[in-house]
Design a protein around this ligand. Structure first.
Ligand code: TXA
Ligand code: MG
Length: 352
C-alpha cells in the first residue's frame, strides 16, 4: 500500500483532507494523526476488522487494548454501561485533553478493540485536527500511539512515516506535538479511582478534583512481579538501540561518572550519548550530547524525551547515559517512560 502524506495546519485544517481521511477510516482503513500527547494510529473503533489491522500495522500483541477517541462527551453514553459521577467531574476539569478514563463497555464496542476486556478506555483529545478527524470518521476512533510496537511514541509525523510507511493509508502531519508523553490513564471501574499510567494530568491535579487517587502499585514498584492493570504497561517499551542507563545523585557526581564512562567507551571504540539539560550540556565529553531543555522546564523535557531517544538510534551510539528527572510535577510521568526505556537500569550516585 502507498501511504499518502499530508501536512495540515492545526488552526485551519483543510476540510477536504479531513473529509478524505474520515472516509478512509469509515471504509475500514488506517490514518495516523496528531493529538496533543503523541501521534495516534487511527481506525474505526466499532469495526473489529479495523482494530485487527491496527494490531497488524503496529506489530502489537492483540491482548493490549486500544484507546477509543471521541470528540464530544455525549458520545460516551452509547458505548459504556454506566457513567460514574467521577467521570463527569473529570471531564469537566480535563476534557478535551490528555486524560483517558476506563469504563465498563457495552456490546457496541467489539472485543477486538479492547483486547478481550469488558472495559473500554476513552479519551477526548484537544488537538483540533484530531477532533475534526474523529467527527468525520463517525465519532469513534481507536488509536494507539502511531509507533511500531516497542519503539518510542511518535512526537513528529516523520516518525510515523519511519515506522508505518506502507502500512497505513494516510499520515497527517500536524507538526510537533505539545505534550510529548501519552495521556494519563485513570480506571473508574473499581471502587476507588486508580491511575494506571502517569501523564501530563498528574496525581495531584486528579486529587484536586476527586479527593484521594491511588496509583497502580506496579508503576511505583515496577519489579514487584505483579501484572499491571493496563496490559500495555507490562511490555518493554521505548527502548533505544543503544544501552541506556540513568544516573542519579548530585550534579557533580553524575557529570563526573558519565564523563568517566564515556572516556572508557572511547577507549573501547564505542560511541556514547548523553541525555541532559541546558545547564549541564557543556560539561559532558561524550560523543553525542542532547539537552531536553532547561532543568526547571519539565514540560520541555516531557516534549523532547521521545524525540531524543529516536535520534540516538540514528546516531549509532552504543551506550546512552541519562540524567534523572524525578523532581517536579511531571517527574512521575517522565521517569515512568525513561525507566522503561532503560529497562530500569539506574545507578545511584547520591552521597550518603
Ligand atoms: O495519549 C495517548 O493516550 C495516545 C494518543 C494517540 O491518544 N494513545 C496511546 O495509546 O498511548 P496506546 O495504545 O499506545 O496505549 C494505551 C494504553 C495501553 O497501556 C493499554 O494497555 C491501556 O492504555 N488500556 C487501553 N484500554 C484499557 C483498558 N480497558 N483497561 C486497562 N488499560 C487499558
Ligand atoms: Mg503506545
Amino acid at each position: 500500500m502507498t501511504t499518502e502524506y499530508v501536512v495540515l495546519n492545526e488552526e485551519t485544517p483543510d476540510p477536504a483532507v479531513i473529509e478524505r481521511a474520515g472516509q478512509i477510516i469509515k471504509n475500514g482503513g488506517l490514518v495516523a494523526f496528531p493529538t496533543e500527547t503523541v501521534y495516534g494510529l487511527g481506525g474505526d473503533a466499532l469495526n473489529p476488522a479495523s482494530s485487527k489491522k491496527i494490531y497488524a500495522a503496529k506489530g502489537r500483541p492483540s491482548d493490549n487494548p486500544l484507546i477509543v477517541h471521541v470528540c464530544r462527551f455525549e458520545d460516551i453514553g452509547p458505548i459504556v454501561r454506566e457513567i460514574p459521577p467521577q467521570a463527569v467531574q473529570l471531564a469537566e476539569a480535563f476534557w478535551p485533553g490528555p486524560l483517558t478514563m476506563i469504563f465498563h463497555k457495552n456490546d457496541r464496542v467489539p472485543a477486538e478493540t479492547t483486547g478481550g476486556l469488558d472495559t473500554v478506555a476513552i479519551r477526548f483529545p484537544s488537538n483540533t485536527i484530531a477532533q475534526a478527524l474523529i467527527k468525520a470518521s463517525g465519532g469513534y476512533i481507536a488509536a494507539p500511539s502511531a509507533n511500531r510496537s516497542g519503539r518510542p511514541s511518535p512526537t513528529l509525523a516523520r516518525y510515523c512515516m519511519e515506522d508505518l510507511d506502507g502500512r497505513v493509508e494516510m499520515v497527517i502531519d500536524g507538526g510537533q506535538v505539545g505534550i510529548g508523553l501519552e495521556s494519563t490513564i485513570i480506571d473508574l471501574t473499581e471502587e476507588e479511582p486508580v491511575i494506571l499510567r502517569p501523564g501530563f494530568i498528574t496525581q495531584k491535579k486528579l486529587a484536586q478534583v476527586l479527593g484521594n487517587v491511588d496509583v497502580d502499585r506496579t508503576i511505583i514498584t515496577p519489579d514487584s512481579g505483579i501484572a499491571p492493570k493496563a496490559p500495555g504497561m507490562k511490555y518493554r517499551h521505548y527502548a533505544p538501540k543503544g544501552e541506556l542507563v540513568i544516573l542519579e545523585g548530585s550534579r557533580g557526581n553524575v557529570v563526573a561518572e558519565i564523563n568517566k564512562a564515556a572516556a572508557k567507551d572511547r577507549e573501547n571504540g564505542i560511541r556514547s550519548g548523553v541525555i541532559c539539560t541546558d545547564e549541564t550540556r557543556d560539561m559532558y565529553s561524550a560523543d553525542c550530547v542532547k539537552s531536553a531543555g532547561a532543568r526547571g522546564d519539565e514540560e520541555s523535557i516531557a516534549r523532547e524525551l521521545f524525540r531524543i531517544l529516536r535520534e540516538f538510534d540514528d546516531e549509532n551510539v552504543g551506550h546512552i547515559y541519562s540524567e534523572s528527572f524525578r523532581e517536579g510535577d511531571l517527574g512521575q510521568a517522565i521517569m515512568n517512560r525513561l525507566m522503561k526505556a532503560a529497562g530500569h537500569k539506574v545507578i545511584d550516585l547520591s552521597d550518603e
